[in-house]
Design a protein around this ligand. Sequence first.
Ligand code: SF4
Length: 239
Amino acid sequence: MFDPLTLAQETEKIVVRGNLKKYYRTARGGKWYGGIASAYCCGCNLRCVFCWSGFPRDHPDKIGEFYSPDQVFNQLKQVASRYGYRQLRITGNEPTIGEDHLFGILELIDQSDFQFILETNGILIGHDRHYAEQLSRFKNLHVRVSLKATGSEEFSRLTGAKPEAFDLQLVALKNLLDAQVSFHPALMISFSSTSDISELKSKFTEIHQSLADRLEEECVILYPPVVERLKKASIEPTG
Ligand code: SF4
């Protein structure tokens, strides 16, 4: 079991250089959110068993090139303009690792008509409320906090991280709410019982009444490497 905050620091040393960050794939278009341009960054501070990012997550030192915020924004803009998209994102791994790089991109997006969807596991935002406060500066931003489990034991089993770190995902929701950042929670439901999902939703009311209604339920996509990893861990989706 590992501490995802320590892993974030170690990963940052590999994938961040000043305001440059490592990406393993140049931007491309996709159907998510009704059409979005995506850039694919390297490195994460969790090890979710259902994750579709394999090599760039586990070996960020062996793959990818460093790009500046300008370069990433321009790539995203080009793809979005080609397909008529209004939305941009960084996916593949954890975009909150490397604050300066992320904020540099968000500054450029704020000077445009594009909307940025920040897909994050929320660990760093939960650890440091100033992260959420910094994000509140950006108007063309919506944050999607992807909860990996309904509780701490399940979180640890599915992500490999220490159980206590689950709470950081919930604190991220509170920090974003307090900082008045536009956001919603998502939850991987493929490994949880209906009663555990309901219990999590009731826990949400301690943070804000509306969170349960805004919860996006996400199901595992069984790409061949994901099936392989689940098999190795002897974990099966419940539905
Ligand atoms: S947080 Fe996302 S990128 Fe990181 S391991 Fe989990 S699913 Fe993969």
